[in-house]
Structures are given as structure tokens and as C-alpha cells.
Design a protein around this ligand. Structure first.
Ligand code: PLP
Length: 240
């Protein structure tokens, strides 16, 4: 049996290892470690793990499914956390997500912007938004290789819409690297797209890229936020 204390020791060791790897990656690219924010992705793990992460200094957590995130966020309502929503979002879930999420990283189409803006307004909140971009060069009509996100060509229009929405704030961009390719290319592509976006939206400085398997490459390509699940919490028991 794993006791609560064992779990704390385990997560603390994982976090220490991750921080070491972040520090090395930052040295290699001439960055300071405090320029990289860890977003702990807690999907499939219990609220008790979120509490442990907070004890260890994590303040940003993320989830990818509304039906799991909503009750977990409620159980952690007493904690000083910033909740990120990072999964595919259906328009009819916008109202639910707007209740607990502080940042929605995965806005990938115009139809979602209006729905989130209304929902945030009705909740009396202002939501941070990243536009998720599909940085897989191989994605084309009929392709299923992409891992979500707007087409790069649509990024400026979606970003402009977010920037104009009363209850939303454009924070930046997010991407998931395609499977089976060297992640440096897609992360460099995201960096270039982000650079163009910053011309019109100089405050939209957030660049969320990199997961447990590729965060060093993301740091080299200038990620400001890395989304870490398994590196912190271990392997998930279900594929999500
Ligand atoms: C699950 C998930 C992550 C974290 O994945 P790991 O490989 O476990 O670090 C990051 N981003 C998104 C969008 C996810 O769904």
C-alpha cells in the first residue's frame, strides 16, 4: 500500500528531477529557470495529488476533460491555484469550464471564442486564453496526424477575436508536438508564429509547449510554460 507520505516523497523526488532537467535545459539555451513555468497536468490523478503538488510549491495545474476537472477543482477550491484547461473543448462545455478555469489554453476555433466570452461574463470572471495552434507540417485535409489546434493561417483572426472579447484576455499560444517527429521543428514553428503574433499583441507572451517527453526541446525553443503530467505524477493507468 502506498501511504500519503510515500506519495509525497515520490512526487517530491519526481519534481526535484524535473527541476534539475529544467535547469540544465535553461543553461544550454542561456535562459534562467524562473523563465519557465511548470503547469502540472493532473488528469487521472486524485485531488490529493494536487494538494501534495501545492505543498511542494506548484501553483499552476491543468486538466483536459471538463467532467474530471470540474469536481477536482471544487475539491481544491481552498488552494491558491491557477487552473488551466488544456483539452479539446466542446462549445456546450464552455459555461462549465468558465466556472473554475483561469486559463483556457486550447481555444482552436472562432466559434469557441464567443461561447467562452459569454460564459465568462455570466460567471463574472475574466478568462485567460491561449490559441492552440496545429504545428504539424504534415497535417492536411483528411489527415489525422495533427494533435489539435487551429491552422496557422487562422491564428491571427482567432487571436484578434479573443483580444476584442470583453471577458477574455489573450495570453499567447499553445501547441502539442506531433508524435513521431523531432519536436524541435514544430516547436520552432510555434516560436515563429508566436513572434508574428507578438507584433500585434505584444502582451500575449505566453508560449505553452512541451510535455514530459519533449520539454527540453520546448525550453530550447523558448517555451514559457511546460505542461507536465507523467514526469511529475507517474504513468497514467488509462490512455488519455
Ligand atoms: C496529458 C497532457 C499533457 C501532459 O502529458 P505528459 O506526457 O504526461 O506530460 C500535456 N498537455 C496536454 C494537452 C495533455 O493532454
Amino acid at each position: 500500500m502506498t501511504t500519503a507520505n510515500d506519495r509525497t516523497v515520490q512526487i517530491a523526488a519526481n519534481l526535484a528531477a524535473v527541476r534539475g532537467r529544467i535547469a540544465s535545459a535553461c543553461v544550454e539555451s542561456g535562459r534562467t529557470p524562473d523563465s519557465v513555468t511548470i503547469v502540472a497536468i493532473t488528469k487521472t490523478f486524485p485531488a490529493s495529488d494536487v494538494r501534495i503538488l501545492v505543498e511542494l510549491g506548484i501553483v499552476e495545474v491543468g486538466e483536459n476533460r471538463d467532467q474530471e476537472a470540474r469536481p477536482k477543482a471544487a475539491l481544491c477550491a481552498d488552494l491558491p491555484l491557477t487552473w488551466h484547461f488544456v483539452g479539446q473543448l466542446q462549445r456546450n462545455k464552455a459555461a462549465s469550464v468558465a466556472h473554475y478555469a483561469d486559463i483556457v489554453e486550447s481555444v482552436d476555433r472562432a466559434a469557441l471564442v464567443g461561447a467562452l466570452d459569454r460564459a465568462a461574463g455570466e460567471s463574472g470572471r475574466r478568462l485567460g486564453v491561449c490559441v492552440q495552434v496545429d504545428v504539424d507540417e504534415r497535417t492536411g485535409p483528411g489527415s489525422t496526424l495533427g494533435r489539435g489546434g487551429a491552422r496557422p493561417v487562422d491564428l491571427p483572426a482567432i487571436a484578434a477575436q479573443v483580444a476584442q472579447a470583453e471577458h477574455l484576455r489573450l495570453l499567447g499560444v499553445m501547441a502539442v508536438a506531433p508524435l513521431g517527429v523531432d519536436p524541435r521543428e514544430p516547436f520552432d514553428r510555434l516560436a515563429a508564429l508566436h513572434g508574428q503574433l507578438l507584433v500585434d499583441h505584444p502582451d500575449a507572451s505566453m508560449r505553452s509547449a512541451g510535455m514530459s517527453g519533449d520539454f527540453e526541446a520546448a525550453i530550447a525553443a523558448g517555451a514559457t510554460h511546460i505542461r507536465l503530467g507523467s514526469a511529475l505524477l507517474g504513468r497514467r493507468s488509462t490512455l488519455k
